[in-house]
Design a protein around this ligand. Structure first.
Ligand SMILES: NC(=O)c1ccc[n+]([C@@H]2O[C@H](COP(=O)([O-])OP(=O)(O)OC[C@H]3O[C@@H](n4cnc5c(N)ncnc54)[C@H](O)[C@@H]3O)[C@@H](O)[C@H]2O)c1
Length: 395
């Protein structure tokens, strides 16, 4: 039975420039902004393994650049505070974040701390007001990816409590996203698989989440169509221009869709694994993606069917969403994805992992509340997998 479209509000004020070579035009963009002094936040040593990024840095030669190197690893509270201090000192008119999701998230959180004049820990303990930013942020992703270039979120690890926590607000968002697929060509296959699965999961979650809207569905389903057919190709051949461009576009769109809608259980369970093991974000999401979808399909089979159609999975007549779960399992197997036990997680970790996941915001975005037993059960199902051999999986 069809229903009227429910009321919704969506607000996405970010200018997106997409295309091969787009990042080389950064000087023109900065000139348009009237800025000649920038803080450039960049992954430590990025140019050594990413020639396209090296060309972008060279293109910025004519500007006054305060280079700030983000050390390896996902953002921590200390890292954000260090970067904030350097941005403050630079007196810049704009911040350019050139790197993966970690660099972009660090830039968002650090810009906020500079503006509200406190450390990130102080901000997290405060009433958390997010002023409209006074310095523009230009996000230039080198992974495809997190969608952080268009999202209003930043994920920061609290190393004292082994927890990843997020801050999110429209005012955290970058004002400009310059998405240049060439910057992603240097990603090795494992990273391509990890970040690509994260992006695909975001596109799927945007359709599943209880706050989904028709605009979010439209963007998410197209993102799933692009990534569903290109992730494996990009994994197998990093120089495949078409696959790389579809992954960059698809992951950016999944970021938009995630912001219109939200992530769901896969992110709560994945982030719990990340907090305990320190494993890369995308890897942790892939470890539980099929297991969380297996549970969601019983509540919103119609939505999973739409995603399966977008991914080009042949209709099997079941109408119960199982073909999407199967397709995700097959994709993970083709990507030679690890299983949870490969990270050293054991039976004794399941209680604390379940507690952390139940404490996480994204789980509340699921279309139907999760019980503790269900969360525990999804972790157990992931832990029971000995390999990604789909012939051994009974769904
Ligand atoms: N804000 C959001 O909306 C959002 C969404 C999802 C994830 N995240 C966060 O983003 C972070 C993960 O970001 P990520 O997956 O992009 O990786 P990353 O930024 O953590 O980078 C991982 C490693 O890959 C390297 N790298 C980056 N680009 C490369 C390239 N083109 N070639 C070779 N190596 C490259 C980096 O130098 C780094 O060593 C996590 O902290 C996660 O929590 C944020």
């Amino acid at each position: 039975m069809s229903q009227p479209v429910l009321p919704f509000v969506n607000h996405l004020p970010v200018r997106v420039e997409f295309g091969e070579g787009a990042a080389l035009r950064l000087p023109a963009l900065l000139e348009d902004l009237g800025v000649d002094r920038i803080a450039l936040l960049i992954d430590e040593g990025l140019e050594q393994f990413n020639p396209a990024a090296a060309a972008v840095v060279r293109a910025l030669d004519g500007l006054q650049v305060s280079r700030i190197e983000k050390p390896a690893g996902e953002p921590t509270i200390t890292m954000v505070d260090d970067v904030a201090a350097q941005i403050r000192e630079s007196g810049c008119g704009a911040i350019v974040a050139l790197g993966g999701g970690s660099v972009i998230d660090t830039a968002k959180a650090a810009r906020l701390c500079v503006q509200v004049k406190c450390t990130l820990s102080e901000f997290l303990r405060s009433a958390r007001t997010y002023p409209a930013p006074d310095v523009p942020l230009v996000a230039v992703p080198t992974s495809a990816g997190t969608g952080s270039e268009v999202s209003g979120g930043a994920v920061v690890t609290d190393t004292e409590n082994d927890r990843k926590s997020g801050i999110a607000h429209p005012h955290l968002r970058a004002q400009h996203a310059v998405v240049d697929p060439e910057l992603t060509w240097s990603m090795p296959p494992t990273m391509t698989a990890n970040v690509g699965i994260d992006a695909l999961a975001q596109g799927i979650a945007a359709v599943v989440a209880k706050v989904r809207t028709p605009i979010g569905d439209a963007i998410a389903l197209e993102s799933v169509r692009l990534m569903g057919r290109s992730l494996l190709a990009a994994y197998r051949d990093g120089q495949d221009h078409t696959a790389r461009s579809e992954m960059s576009c698809g992951s950016m769109m999944a970021g938009l869709a995630m912001n219109i809608s939200d992530c769901t259980a896969e992110h709560s369970l994945g982030q719990a694994i990340g907090g305990v093991t320190g494993a890369p974000h995308g890897l942790t999401i892939g470890l539980v993606l099929a297991e969380t979808l297996e549970r969601e399909r019983h509540h919103v089979p119609d939505r999973l069917e739409r995603v399966a159609d977008a991914m080009g999975v042949p209709d099997d007549g079941s109408r119960d969403g199982s073909r999407l779960v199967r397709a995700v399992r097959e994709l993970l197997a083709d990507l030679e994805f690890p299983v949870l036990r490969d990270l050293g997680v054991t039976e004794s970790d399941l209680d604390s992992l379940s507690d952390a996941a139940l404490d996480d915001y994204f789980l509340t975005m699921s279309p139907h509340p999760w019980s503790r037993d269900e969360v525990h059960g999804a972790f157990r199902a992931a832990l029971d997998l000995e390999s990604r051999d789909t012939t051994l999986v009974v769904s």
